[in-house]
Unconditional design. Structure first.
Lengths: 376, 302
């Protein structure tokens, strides 16, 4: 035993030395080795492309694509902030993207290499410029809204005149109390939910005023007893099964829930609405990390995605709106006509882009949310 | 260092002894020191998202700034202490439930015939062949409003309205007890199996009633197994994140979820690290206790 003890000490010293050399100073970032290999490392949301999107790109360009998937912005952000991720393309969402740009982790796009940029909708690009000034670092991949998915039949049985097109459905205690019996789910995302409460209250969704946060806290506390669950993924299945009748969530997820309910053919019909008080938009952007090993191939890929047919194929298959104006004529009629995917202009006018909170504001918002969730 | 290593140069014995230490260094001590270092740092918007602890221009002595604010912060907001206490409570109740359910099972296995015994042990270990996540998701299917249990009860006419079980503390305890039960049964079984059953026979010969014999002979002799099993359930249950998140509903206040919020919602790696270090410090006494039980057990069997 004595010998082991003596061995442990130098071991500790060696480990300490390793620690200091491995993570002592901050990395200067940037200057990673750029490779000319015909390879592209794509890191994208799970299940977010058409079946032939990658195959066609490989066939056209001879560039081999390695695809890896993530299922949350947090997952992506942690990998990117830890540094040296090795990815060439990532697809962060708006407010995450903004903060990551501020952290200096993205390569400014070389727009000369992106001739298809002219296909994009200037009105949408102007909106994402709130996150990415002059669209220097990213290109819209897909976008959508946060709204309410509902089971009209179940709600009507409890409250025949329920305000289905208003946030009152979930934030007015008198209404929420009545419909709570069939199950309400909130998205477990403090920053997004707080902006939705602000929209309901008619305030600026990106407000950082303490009095607005206090007002939102009151609204949330009043309806807490009527919220069955607060989750980010479980509601797709639960709504389609009739375990829930109302879910605040992303339009893509809720439309998927609608389709599942339809396919199951058990008489469950799910609707989706962007409430009339307005709501927030989400954007996913194609971006290139600063230390990407194949930035040239990454530009080729972004330009490829902006081809009208490629963008239309993804939208037709995944039923997410793209930002590609030139792809609109190539969309399936039922996709283009679905206000859950492409909101009407009247609704569009009431939708806001989510900008990033400061670290201090993020902490306050999370704390209010924790209090809402746990009562502590 | 060379002299020390030199002593282990010849023979595989040295290598065998060194390997666990290298393992512990790489996968416990080094990560621990990194987390400790981050916990004394300050949040930053950069890669990595915290400020460096020391700045060294290569000429002057390195300037080290230690920041204890992350630790004091944890005591300014009651949330963290409450979450820690609640995690301890949940872990304690779960270990007790595991003990109540696991003891009879371990006892039954230890007293069964050797052929049956191996089958029973196999059945205890079998669930590990499926991922924990899948098994917890299966409980969602069982417990939900129109799930298996409610449907059976409704069909039998025992209830008229579905019971709300999912997203309640009940569901969380079911999930934790179910998942950790084998960790209670296996050490208890290992302990009971070594017991000298002639002692019980002797007690019965002397007119002792079975229940009394159990209380004054079996239970005291299995004390180390009970403690080892309880620690094996208690220690991981304190930091449990997945089961409360999936089954427990939003108001299950656990330190694991607070850690998640700090890390992902606030992106405050320094405060998240401080929470992790605090949790570890809290668990050290329990781990040391477990170690001493193990050592006693080993000494007793020699």
């Amino acid at each position: 035993m004595g010998r082991l003890r003596r061995l442990a000490l130098p071991g500790c010293a060696a480990a300490l030395a390793l620690l200091i050399s491995a993570c002592g100073g901050h990395k200067s970032g940037g200057a990673a080795a750029v490779s000319n290999a015909k390879v592209l490392n794509l890191f994208i949301w799970a299940d977010y492309m058409a079946p032939d999107t990658v195959d066609k790109f490989e066939h056209q360009t001879g560039i081999k694509v390695n695809v890896a998937f993530y299922d949350s912005n947090e997952d992506l952000e942690t990998k990117l902030l830890a540094g040296s991720s090795g990815y060439d393309i990532v697809v962060p969402s708006a407010s995450f993207f903004e903060r990551q740009i501020k952290a200096g982790i993205y390569l400014p796009l070389d727009k000369a290499k992106l001739p298809n940029l002219s296909n994009l909708d200037p009105a949408l690009m102007a909106r994402t410029a709130a996150n990415d000034p002059s669209n220097a670092h990213g290109v819209i991949y897909m976008w959508g809204t946060i709204g309410i998915g509902y089971n009209e039949k179940m709600i009507h049985a409890l409250l025949p005149d329920a305000p289905l097109n208003s946030w009152r459905l979930v934030f007015d205690p008198a209404v929420a109390a009545k419909v709570s019996k069939c199950g309400i789910n909130f998205l477990d995302s403090p920053a997004e939910m707080m902006r939705i409460v602000y929209s309901y209250l008619g305030k600026d969704p990106n407000s950082d005023k303490p009095e607005d946060l206090a007002a939102a806290e009151k609204v949330l506390a009043a309806v807490r007893p009527y919220i069955r669950n607060i989750s980010t993924a479980d509601y797709i299945e639960a709504l389609a099964n009739g375990d829930l009748c109302i879910a605040v969530g992303y339009n893509g997820d809720l439309l998927q829930s609608r389709d599942r309910a339809h396919d199951a053919n058990k008489g469950i019909d799910i609707g989706y609405v962007t409430p009339r008080e307005g709501t927030i938009l989400w954007f996913d952007n194609l971006a290139i990390p600063k230390d990407a090993p194949h930035p040239g191939n990454a530009h080729t890929f972004i330009n490829y995605i902006m081809t009208p047919q490629v963008a239309a194929d993804i939208t037709n298959f995944k039923r997410f709106a793209n930002g590609n104006l030139a792809s609109l004529p190539l969309l399936l009629p039922d996709v283009k006509a679905d206000p859950g995917i492409y909101p009407t202009e009247q609704i569009m006018a009431r939708l806001k882009v989510q900008t990033a909170d400061s670290a201090g504001q993020a902490r306050l918002v999370t704390r209010v949310w924790q209090k809402f969730k746990t009562g502590q | 260092m060379r002299a020390v290593l030199g002593r282990f140069k010849f023979g595989g014995r040295g290598l065998v002894v060194v390997l666990p230490y290298v393992w512990l260094m790489l996968f416990f001590v080094v990560p621990f020191l990194i987390v400790l270092k981050i916990s004394f740092s300050d949040i930053d918007l950069a890669i990595p998202p915290y400020k460096p602890l020391w700045i060294w221009d290569g000429e002057h002595a390195p300037a080290i700034t230690l920041n204890f604010n992350n630790y004091t912060f944890l005591f300014t907001d009651k949330l963290y202490v409450k979450a820690l206490l609640n995690s301890l409570k949940v872990a304690f109740v779960s270990s007790m439930l595991c003990l109540l359910i696991g003891y009879p099972m371990a006892y039954g296995i230890a007293r069964s015939r050797p052929a049956v015994r191996s089958v029973l042990l196999m059945l205890i270990v079998l669930p590990f062949w499926t991922s924990l996540l899948l098994r917890v998701y299966a409980w969602i299917g069982l417990l939900k409003a129109n799930g298996v249990i409610n449907n059976v009860l409704l069909h039998l006419g025992l209830i008229h309205e579905p019971l709300t079980m999912l997203y309640t503390p009940f569901a969380m305890y079911v999930g934790i007890v179910y998942s950790y039960l084998p960790f209670m049964i296996l050490p208890l079984y290992a302990n009971l199996e070594k017991m000298d059953w002639q002692l019980i026979e002797a007690a019965e010969d002397l007119g002792c009633r079975p229940w009394r014999a159990f209380l004054s002979i079996t239970l005291p002799l299995s004390r180390n197994g009970v403690l080892a099993g309880s620690m094996l359930v208690f220690i991981p249950a304190v930091g449990e994140f997945v089961i409360p998140a999936l089954l427990g509903g939003p108001n299950a206040l656990m330190i694991g979820r607070i850690l998640w919020d700090e890390f992902f919602s606030n992106r405050d790696w320094p405060v998240a690290s401080a929470v992790a270090i605090l949790m570890l410090l809290l668990l050290v006494p329990f781990m040391m206790w477990y170690q001493s039980i193990q050592a006693r057990e080993a000494a007793a069997s020699e």
